[in-house]
Design a protein around this ligand. Sequence first.
Ligand code: ZN
Length: 331
Amino acid sequence: MNQIEDLDAFLETRGTRKSGWLQVSTRSDGSPFGIPVNAVIGKEDGPTLVIEACIHGDETEGTLAALTILDELNPDELKGTVISIPVLNIRAYETGTRGNPDERYNYDMNRLFPGNPNGSISERFVYVYFNQIVKRADNIIALHGGGGLFYLKNRVMISNDPKSTELAKAMGPEWPLLHQSHHPGTLLVECEKEGIAGVIAELGGSSNRLPGPLRENVECFKRMIKNIMRHSGMISGSATYAKEWGVLKGVLKGTNVKCQYGGIIVPTDKCRIDAEVKEGDYIVSIVDLFGNELLKVLAPQDGIVLGVPASPVAYPGNNILTIVKIAKKIT
Ligand SMILES: [Zn+2]
């Protein structure tokens, strides 16, 4: 595949499709190391939409969506440009891990924005991605999921920027739960500073990737992307919307339940997506390898279970459940 010499020239010709590697650095064998960029450049002017997937290497549902949607877009009928990055964190993708296992300093790439051209390898990837690709976007959709940790039901992360909320509302009726995220160093926080509308879509996890459920989650991501494209006039047709949106209470840290002990997770019947729980309800227990119970994990608040463990193996300090509470409804 081509190396992209000049991204402006790469994206210049209207009514075309383009693919190539945007070089960031070199691997330890000296070969080019970069970001795979696919673009569908519409015949007519319009907004630029960036689709990002797999900044966390174990969240690959988005990779399939970001790739397969390209065949469903016709440059002759598209207004504006779609730039799709099916895998941002290449080494993490290769090893199926959240972060790059070779990275000595900065494991989570989505805590490193806006990047550093002289930093560690993950900081360099973020710097090139943010400055060369994200800053071109009118709208950006980052596709995430629970990876090896959780299986997650649809949820949208938004920033404090009203543009982010508006973009979230354009995702369609399958995405009615909004959650504000303020983690320093994340894509959303830096997009807010730049005035770029951004959302993170969370769906899926490694525990349910049989072909049927995987395909359904990929199609769900693609329906959402196309709804945003209809909403912003990039493709023809009418967008659809939820009747109302639930804004989830508190910051993310308040909804993920950390495990204090390592061991095997034994679920109760409350440990399932969409279970309604009360504060203090017994959700899972953690047992040692002799069957002795180390801990009962209780719901920290009333709410709905949106994330369940992707694996029965608990590691101390890891999040094992997501329990959310709707603070208010907006229309
Ligand atoms: Zn993620």
